[in-house]
Ligand binder design. Sequence first.
Ligand code: DC
Length: 230
Amino acid sequence: MLYETVVAIDGPSGSGKSSIARDLASDMGLLYVDTGSMFRALAVVVLERGLSPTEENIDKPFLDSLRLEYGISPEELIKINGKNLTESIREHHISSMASKISGFTTVREFLANFQRNLVRQKICVMEGRDIGTVVFPKAFCKIYLTASDKIRAERRLKQLREKGQGSYKFEDILRDVRERDENDSKRALAPLKQAEDAKKLDTTNLGYQEVLDALKAIVLKSAKEKDVEL
Ligand code: DC
């Protein structure tokens, strides 16, 4: 196989990836895969079990003992050992634990395998940090979505307010966004970076529909060029 049948969308947190990738997938009849939700779900389990987040604790036997299920429905996006974690992964305090454990080789290998298995079943729009660089280096379409840190913090604050978690201040969210950018892009393993053959789209000054239209055009063009049937 020359190309892997996945649209890989990478970028920093708050770049608008999640909602846009979901709508792109649904418009094109493809499976939407939010890989951040997987790191978050593992973070929920680590916190629930009171494990200290070290690579020795979150080792392969521990990860292999977890039964991960993805994408049953939007309400049951992610489950571990039969427990639906779709709501709890979005709580604000989960983000930093997810970012922390995402630096562990054990966690990255476990989730990369899980993600590769999903693509064997269906063409996916998969979003994350290392999808085009590490998990699917031969993806037929790679997109790097980004935006200024201030606009990403604004979007995040809006999301939290919509969910009734409105007590956060803009400065605190901006600091979190910057810390996560630093953590995600400076880690030794699979850091966040644009793949050389990815198309970059800066969404700072673009509206939602403009971004969606631009993404669709990129996917269709890549599919045509690479002879991938959608
Ligand atoms: O996209 P998100 O904010 O839900 O991701 C949560 C954390 O998981 C983020 O800090 C980085 C990490 N992550 C990763 O390292 N690799 C991915 N493919 C997706 C997310």
